[in-house]
Design a protein around this ligand. Structure first.
Ligand code: DHB
Ligand code: MG
Length: 220
């Protein structure tokens, strides 16, 4: 057995991605453009992007909401899962990120299925039409509970909610953490566990993005 080190987690993650996701020039171009533009490399891992894509397909999602576009990597995975006539609405607070994302979505051939809303999610969310089938939350962790509340308001019974970055290198289990991102994540997990609108679970992940995790919920 390999030693349980971050390098070995990453190697196993690359093996899984090579085996199950494969070489994807459109997505690799997104990451190159993201790096070139100096954006943070906080997109989901390839295996997680494909998992989002599969969740969208399994749930038959036609209208998908993403909070936090960055350069559009997960947006493309979600858009590719849509049936004819479906759409992704994705919210990005940074105009420069949205500009890079727009070019990436065009290059990937999904731009006509994606509506990028530039602005703070707290301002944009109240302007959206309800009825989303899947909501992916991957933005400023400090506002995670507000985003979950909006996901509940904009969804319907059966809507799937995915929340990124719930592990935070294990610090999520520390009630004394002073990291605002950990505090926001813990508040979100507490909400998922106690608010009767949600039924949820979460999985930790290790791999090329270190030690983190995702929560998955369904609206009751
Ligand atoms: C951070 C945000 C992310 O969405 C992510 O996937 C990893 C890290 C962050 O803000 O630290
Ligand atoms: Mg994330």
């Amino acid at each position: 057995m390999a030693e349980p080190t971050p390098a070995n987690w990453a190697a196993a993650d690359r093996y899984l991605a090579d085996t199950l996701v494969g070489h994807d020039p459109a997505l690799e171009a997104v990451l190159a453009a993201q790096r070139e533009a100096g954006l943070p490399e906080s997109e989901v891992a390839p295996v997680a992007g494909k998992l989002l894509h599969l969740l969208a397909r399994i749930s038959g999602a036609r209208r998908i909401l993403e909070i936090g576009t960055l350069a559009g990597y997960s947006t493309i995975w979600l858009a590719r899962a849509l049936p004819e006539g479906g759409e992704v609405v994705t919210i990005e607070a940074e105009p420069h990120h949205a500009e890079i994302a727009r070019a990436n979505l065009e290059r990937a051939g999904v731009a006509e299925r994606v509506d990028i809303r530039v602005g703070g999610a707290i301002d944009v969310l109240p302007t959206l039409l309800p009825g989303f089938d899947l909501v992916f939350i991957d933005a400023d962790k400090e506002r995670n509970t507000a985003y979950l509340d909006w996901a509940a308001r904009l969804g319907r019974p059966g809507t799937v909610i995915v929340l990124d970055n719930i592990g935070r290198a294990g610090e999520v289990a520390d009630p004394a953490s002073s990291d605002p991102k950990v505090i926001g994540t813990r508040a979100a997990l507490d909400m998922l566990g106690t608010d009767a609108r949600f039924e949820a679970s979460a999985l930790q992940t290790v791999g090329i993005k270190g030690w983190d995790g995702i929560a998955v919920a369904v609206l009751v």
